[in-house]
Design a protein around this ligand. Structure first.
Ligand SMILES: Nc1nc2c(ncn2[C@@H]2O[C@H](COP(=O)(O)OP(=O)(O)OP(=O)(O)O)[C@@H](O)[C@H]2O)c(=O)[nH]1
Ligand SMILES: [Mg+2]
Length: 363
């Protein structure tokens, strides 16, 4: 299935309820004063970045979002009910543009970030507010503020969840091509991949994560050997790293020493890379040399406490366990981020209430 990273949606806020123009009518009160209540404010359409949302697929299939209108004010100084807001859940990394003008409206790059795409109309004031010494029986009440509507374009900036690190030729790009719809270049020489490739890995029906295939790393990368290590910035924000190890042709290489070299190079780039959860993948399991090294690599994985997977991208072996194993780490990271944003929100709600409603001039 193709990955959807763009959607156009229509948003319309609710109109504010009209203020009521009514007069007190009670049995023994012949000339009752004004008693028209205020209209309720209209609901807003609000986009919200949710770390559990993996793509724009859902909004693409449901492109219309309307918030409720506010209710009109009523006699007896009764307020109209406010219209309910409409929340549109989008993935973290969604960028919002105005469809007509192209103007950048919002960049929802943090979990829990919100953007009011269409603000609800203000509720109109009832005639009870317009009573004055010179006008004891005002004949008018405010109408509710108008609704607002527009088309907006959503784009998802892919942020990798898992980064593949390994020596050149280890089979990283082949793995990405088997796990996702991405088709990176694959060849039997080192440094085939010159710039990072991203692929979206589907997990069951409803879940997905983004896998980044980056150029190979070799001994001395920190000093500029090979392609250097500048592209490691592409995996700085990933939730987990997969070390892809193979049994190379060169006699001096071995998956266990390769692992140690990779770790050293990552650490020289940034210590934070070493703190990320990781898995160890022994690739090319269809080759006899690989199987000969399996026990040693398994022992290494046990020593460093990393989940261990043996796969053959060519034969298609071990790919499902690897997918689910990686997704477990991604899920844990998303849950942690969601918890973080929930606690950040407790503070944010107060701020929301303090934010003044922009004065609407239209009535
Ligand atoms: N036998 C076998 N060969 C594989 C397997 N996976 C990859 N290869 C081969 O290994 C070579 C390198 O594969 P790539 O996927 O380009 O490796 P890479 O890690 O992306 O390499 P760079 O981009 O150069 O860093 C290619 O010739 C692949 O066909 C596998 O599971 N089994
Ligand atoms: Mg490659």
């Amino acid at each position: 299935m193709q990955f959807v990273d763009e959607a156009r949606i229509y948003v319309r806020s609710g109109k504010g309820g009209d203020g009521s123009r009514s007069y007190l009518r009670a049995k023994f009160v012949p000339m009752g004063g004004p008693d028209g209540g205020d209209g309720g404010r209209g609901g807003s359409v609000i986009l919200r970045a949710d770390p559990n949302q993996g793509s724009l697929l859902q909004v693409r299939f449901n492109p219309h979002y309307r918030a409720e209108h506010g209710e009109n004010g009523m006699r007896n100084q009764m307020f109209g009910k406010a219209g309910a807001d409409k929340i549109v859940v989008v993935p973290v990394g969604t960028v919002v543009h105005d469809e007509d003008t192209g103007e950048l409206l919002a960049d929802l790059d943090q979990p829990g970030a919100t953007y009011v795409a269409a603000r609800g109309g203000k509720g109109g004031r009832g005639n009870v507010h317009f009573k004055s010494s010179t006008n004891q029986a005002p004949q008018f009440a405010e109408s509710g503020g108008p609704f607002r509507e527009k088309w907006i374009r959503l784009e998802l900036k892919l942020i990798a969840d898992v980064g593949l690190v390994g020596f050149p030729n280890a089979g990283k790009s082949t793995l990405v091509s088997r796990l996702s719809a991405a088709r990176p270049k694959i060849a039997d020489y080192p440094f085939t991949t010159l710039t990072p490739n991203l692929g979206v890995v589907k997990v069951g029906e409803d879940n997905s994560f983004v896998l980044a295939d980056i150029p190979g790393i070799i001994e001395g990368a920190a000093e500029g050997a090979g392609l250097g290590h500048q592209f490691l910035r592409h995996v700085e924000r990933v939730a987990a790293l997969a070390f892809v190890l193979d049994v190379g042709w060169e006699a001096q290489r071995h998956p266990v020493t390769d692992y140690e070299t990779l770790e050293r190079e990552l650490g020289q780039y940034s210590k934070s890379l070493l703190e990320k959860p990781r898995v160890i993948v022994l690739a090319k399991a269809d080759l006899p040399d690989t199987l000969a090294a399996e026990d040693e690599v398994r022992a290494l994985a046990e020593r460093v406490g990393a989940p261990f997977f043996v796969v053959s991208a060519v034969a298609g072996d071990g790919l499902a366990p690897l997918t689910y194993g990686l997704f477990e780490l991604v899920k844990a990271e998303r849950a942690a981020r969601a918890a973080e944003s929930a606690s950040a929100e407790d503070g944010a709600e107060v701020a929301d209430e303090l934010e003044p409603e922009p004065e609407s001039t239209e009535t």
